[in-house]
Ligand binder design. Structure first.
Ligand SMILES: C[S@@+](CC[C@H](N)C(=O)[O-])C[C@H]1O[C@@H](n2cnc3c(N)ncnc32)[C@H](O)[C@@H]1O
Length: 434
């Protein structure tokens, strides 16, 4: 059955607002659906897919929408919608529109100019080409422009991966084990999970495999003192708490009260009682000082450009300004330095981002090592071997969608050297006493 012609007008209306980039696309879209509650499930699905298609393919679509007659926004919407549901499912199109859409969608994109083919703003394309070369940039762009699969993490304090896979199959929801993360399941459809007893009872959480790997490399153990410094709504906190088998103490810090509030219901479902959410004012808050030198492991999942999540949030590449990267670097370095004070000798500090920009990753890691001689880098190959995760990496974790089918993630692990300074002072004092 064809979709009603009015659906194009709805999609065009919300697209116009989203392309102002005043707010995240998913926020604008949810608000639009709330305001237009008469739209049915199929219509909503088609509008959402249309919007995400336009955000993913904006450069390519725009090249063709700006030429010829008719309004550009209508043409952009038409391309996004036809790409999503097929032109034959759309009612109310003129013959000219049908043949125009069919022609454009048949174009071989490999023949397009590289920057337009990548569907990235020029500043980002140029930066990435400088960083990784043109071929790799285009492969990354293709990976980032493909929708992400749905990954689940099994809550190890409540269930095993096999149990959950069997229960999902009864639903019936087909899943396969994720290739690298030991507790991950990749679901092959997009079912509504919220109503499943497995979800309500905290046996599963939705978490990209990359984020699961990142939580695993923290290496948190039973009985340890651990800090998730930028916990947000707790995606990684929950994974860390389960790895610690609900023992020890896990502090979930964040400056955002709103984000920490979102952690609370997830914590209740998870059954974890070792997590202590703490709102901090900034990375030098007195609450942090009290724990200085006492912590075994600290994860800094730093605020970043978020470019690694483009599969889910394709608007980020259009909303992000190159000038913001410099500001983020200052923040990232300050948070990492603040968090470093927490570690005891032999303790580990993990710096992570969901970005693939060297400026936010290697640059910050190297700068940290230069300014913190009491820390040394633990090669990622060693960290992954400790966790028995079979991924080939050098010094750092660099997950990329076109290589690992995960969101883009970076991580570096630093270990604090034994605290010799205090011992020397003590020795000197003892010598003076003698
Ligand atoms: C990438 S997000 C964290 C995502 C979270 N770890 C997860 O897995 O869902 C970065 C977080 O850093 C927080 N943040 C920003 N500045 C901070 C600071 N100075 N100290 C601690 N957290 C901060 C933000 O509020 C945001 O929640």
């Amino acid at each position: 059955m064809r979709l009603p012609p009015a659906i194009l007008a709805n999609a065009e209306e919300v697209l116009r607002e989203i392309l102002r980039f005043a707010a995240p696309a998913d926020t604008t879209l949810s608000r639009y659906f709330k305001d237009h509650h008469r739209l049915g499930g199929r219509e909503r699905g088609a509008i959402a897919e249309c919007i995400y298609n336009v955000l993913r393919n904006k450069s390519f679509y725009t090249d063709f929408s700006e030429a010829g007659g008719g309004a550009t926004m209508r043409r952009l919407t038409l391309l996004g919608m036809a790409d999503a549901v097929g032109v034959e499912s759309l009612g109310g199109l003129t013959e000219d529109e049908v043949s125009w859409v069919e022609r454009i969608l048949l174009i071989d994109r490999k023949l397009m100019h590289k920057s337009s083919r990548s569907n990235m703003p020029k500043w980002l394309f140029d930066k990435l080409v400088e960083q990784m070369g043109e071929e790799e940039t285009l492969a990354l762009a293709d990976g980032m422009n493909s929708p992400a699969p749905l990954d689940l993490r099994v809550n190890a304090i409540k269930a095993t991966r096999d149990d959950v896979a069997a229960k999902l199959a009864e639903a019936p929801i087909r899943s396969t084990p994720t290739p690298f993360a030991p507790l991950g399941l990749r679901v092959l459809q997009k079912p509504a999970l919220q109503n499943l007893p497995l979800f309500k009872d905290g046996h599963i959480e939705v978490q990209d495999e990359g984020s699961q790997i990142l939580s695993a490399i923290v290496g948190a153990k039973r009985g340890e003192m651990v800090v998730d410094f930028c916990a947000g709504a707790g995606g990684k906190t929950l994974a860390l708490g389960a790895t610690m088998r609900n023992t020890g103490r896990l502090y979930a810090f964040d400056v955002s009260e709103k984000r920490l509030a979102k952690l609370k219901p997830r914590l209740a479902r998870s059954g974890l009682s070792n997590v202590h959410p703490v709102q901090i004012a900034h990375e030098r808050d007195a609450k942090i000082k009290r724990l200085a030198g006492k912590i075994d492991r600290v994860l800094v999942d730093a605020p970043c450009s978020g470019l690694g999540t483009l599969r889910r949030n394709p608007d980020v590449k259009w909303r992000q300004q190159p000038s913001a990267i410099g500001e983020l670097q200052v923040k990232q370095a300050a948070i990492l330095a603040g968090a470093a004070r927490l570690l005891k000798g032999g303790g580990r500090l993990v710096y992570a981002t969901c970005s693939f920009l060297d400026d936010e990753n290697e640059f910050i890691a190297k700068q940290f090592l230069e300014t913190h001689p009491d820390f040394e880098l633990v090669p990622m190959s060693k960290v992954l071997a400790e966790q028995r995760i079979e991924l080939e990496m050098g010094d750092y974790l660099k997950l990329l969608p076109h290589k690992h089918q995960t969101d883009g993630f970076f991580a570096a692990v630093f270990e604090r050297k034994p605290m010799v300074k205090k011992v020397i002072v003590k020795d000197e004092e003892e010598a003076a006493d003698e």
